[in-house]
Write a protein that binds this ligand. Structure first.
Ligand code: HEC
Length: 291
């Protein structure tokens, strides 16, 4: 495309404008009619799918806990929500998996802001500014290597993040109902430590199933911190810390219901300290859901 001066461009535009004004179709009623028809088709499609969905599930059981089985278009509704459940792994809807995975990459408290605020903000600003950044009038792909590269890279990155995000374990909520598990999984520990019994997958601190700390080590680390491990003296009471240390010592490297190799070191205090700490620390659904 030959380069035009600003004046030539303006004149060209005015010629085109005058031509369209005389010979083009007016917005009203042509475009409005067009949009109305398309909107009606979309609404009709949604209504059709709704009718199909309603027609395809069988009689609904009166039992409120029964699963509502359905066909291709999904169940009528799912089993009743239970706020006392400890083993629940919340996950975002699939179209948020890429963000979910981004948060898992930047998961230390210091870096969290990069994944939650900085990257999405840069992304938004780039999108808004794109017409001002990219002023290349050429539409042929071979002349637009940078735009082409970015255009390919963005969906690849998003799809990759979505794929890994879909396989990530849910956040919060403990896998087991042992005393201390819910506090470990729901609190600060889950972001930094892997502990299979609690169902956590943090990647900052040591994998506790490998470290297998004994009660005294765990108690000392949780109380005073060390290196990258923060001190929890100000966060938790003595009973709560003792409960967490007992939980970690007992259930690190556990195989199913069989406690780990250092369980004996916590025998004196665990799970009694959890009972004293109360609330989320006791590990029973009813008290965890309590006030
Ligand atoms: C900010 C990340 C972070 C958080 C949050 C965190 N830890 Fe740690 N943790 C670490 C790091 C890093 C280490 C290694 C410290 C060292 O050895 O210098 C560690 C070490 C430990 C150890 C000793 C493991 C061993 O080597 O035997 C235990 C036990 C432990 N953490 C339990 C907990 C518990 C329980 C919580 C929650 C109350 C928690 N951690 C929260 C990062 C963290």
């Amino acid at each position: 495309m030959p380069r035009l001066t600003a004046r030539e461009r303006r004149e060209g535009y005015q010629r085109e404008y005058a031509f369209q004004k005389r010979h083009g179709k007016p917005f009203f009623p042509n475009a409005v009619f067009h949009d109305t028809i398309v909107s009606l088709i979309v609404v009709a499609l949604i209504m059709g799918l709704t009718i199909l969905w309603y027609a395809q599930f069988g009689p609904v059981s009166a039992d409120p806990t029964a699963e509502r089985v359905g066909g291709l278009l999904g169940p009528a509704y799912e089993a009743k929500a239970d706020p006392g459940v400890l083993g629940y792994h919340p996950q975002p809807d699939w179209y948020f998996f890429f963000l979910f995975e981004l948060l898992r990459i930047f998961k230390t408290p210091q870096l969290l802001i990069v994944g939650t605020i900085i990257i999405p903000t840069i992304w938004m600003v780039l999108l808004i500014g794109w017409p001002f950044i990219d002023r290349n009038p050429d539409r042929r792909l071979s002349r637009r290597p940078i735009a082409l590269a970015i255009g390919v890279m963005v969906p690849v990155v998003l799809l990759t993040l979505t794929f890994y995000g879909s396989k990530a374990p849910g956040v919060g909520g403990a896998a087991s109902t042992e005393p201390g598990a819910a506090a470990f999984a729901g609190g600060a520990c889950s972001t930094c430590h892997v502990l299979a019994n609690a169902g956590t997958a943090g990647n900052v601190g040591p994998v506790l199933d490998d470290a297998k700390p004994d009660y005294a080590t765990a108690l000392k680390l949780i109380t005073n911190g060390q290196g990258g491990m923060p001190s929890f003296k100000a966060t938790y009471t003595e009973d709560e810390i003792s409960c967490l240390a007992g939980y970690v010592a007992t259930w690190s490297a556990a195989v199913g219901e069989t406690p780990g190799p250092n369980a004996d070191t916590a025998k004196e205090t665990y799970p009694a300290s959890c009972e004293k700490a109360g609330g989320l620390f006791t590990g029973t659904a009813s008290s965890a859901a309590g006030p």
